[in-house]
Ligand binder design. Structure first.
Ligand code: SF4
Length: 309
């Protein structure tokens, strides 16, 4: 079982030669990278290499055996490459990704979820696959432009703040994909994605994005997410009729919620609080455990997935 709430399994076919994983930090959302934290624990995890996720040169290789461990008859939602970014450019030749996409097409029973902070490289790659049909054999007519990209491939970008949303989402929308999604996690500020959820002026409101995932940050150094920001994303999705999945609050909860095992006063004295937001939507957030902060948003769980036609 994957620890990532909206998926069943996680596989990491892209590795560093000799062991471990690598990536390079590219935006604010990377500051407390979970994958880097695990990769630094050489000695604790046999597979970790202790290398920080910086700009150094490493040699990548592809381990396709991870596909062999997926169930053969039961369809799963498989998150591909939680330890890094498949579209990391430096030292990751395109042949690596072609091999991974070929393995995806050879195991069509599952739904594959691929997330990147480097949508330009993903767009070039996907357009390249379209142009040179036969590099990856999907088993479908490459000249049927609607059907060319299989439905079981979900491509997404991270948009941890408004600037990242405005930079990355238009590129995602310009990328060949059957299902496109955005992960607003860790949510670091208010984000307005309403213009990307449907064509303005389109009376049928044809969805642009098919799925939105949102969540707060967890782990050491986690930054607080205002519930107002998350509720706003939920409302934008509802208005546009787009599937919304709320992963977690992170490790901070607003002071107006009942706290298990401690009082607000106690936490205030210890400085375990932070104000986030502005004006009437300022909210005092208290540090909690991930478990206590939970997955409820406005008292409700949101576990929606995109519809695949
Ligand atoms: S892109 Fe992802 S894996 Fe790479 S450093 Fe940033 S958060 Fe970590």
């Amino acid at each position: 079982m994957s620890k990532i709430e909206c998926t069943d399994k996680t596989i990491n076919p892209l590795k560093v030669k000799g062991g471990g994983y690598h990536c390079t930090k590219t935006s604010e959302g990377c500051a407390n990278c979970y994958a880097e934290r695990l990769n630094l624990r050489d000695g604790f995890y046999a597979w970790a290499n202790g290398i920080p996720f910086d700009d150094r040169d490493v040699e990548f290789e592809v381990d396709l055996s991870v596909f062999d461990k997926l169930p053969k008859t039961v369809p799963k939602r498989v998150f591909v490459q939680s330890m890094g970014d498949m579209f990391h450019g430096r030292n990751n030749p395109v042949d690596n990704n072609i091999a991974i996409f070929q393995a995806i097409s050879d195991n069509p029973i599952h739904t594959y979820i691929i997330l990147t902070k480097r949508p330009k490289r993903m767009r070039i790659f996907m357009r390249g696959l379209m142009r040179y049909e036969g590099i990856v054999d999907w088993g479908i007519d490459p000249y049927d432009t609607v059907k060319w990209i299989p439905d079981n491939l979900h491509l997404g970008v991270t948009a941890e703040n408004q600037a990242c949303a405005d930079e990355r989402i238009p590129i995602l929308l310009d990328t060949p994909a059957a299902i496109r999604f955005v992960s607003i996690e860790p949510m670091l500020g208010p984000v307005d994605i309403s213009q990307y959820l449907y064509c303005s002026g389109d009376e049928y409101r044809t969805p642009y994005l098919d799925w939105i995932i949102a969540g707060g940050e967890s782990g050491p150094g986690a930054r607080p997410m205002s519930p107002y920001w998350a509720e706003s994303i939920r409302d934008q999705c509802k208005t546009a009729d787009v599937a919304f999945f709320f992963k977690q609050n992170g490790v901070w909860i607003p002071d107006y919620l009942e706290l298990p095992g401690g009082s607000n006063q106690w936490r205030r004295q210890r400085g375990q609080y932070r104000w986030v937001g502005t004006g009437d939507e300022s909210v005092c957030m208290f540090k909690e455990s991930k478990k206590a902060a939970g997955r409820l948003l406005d008292g409700q769980e949101y576990n929606e997935y995109p519809e695949v036609e």
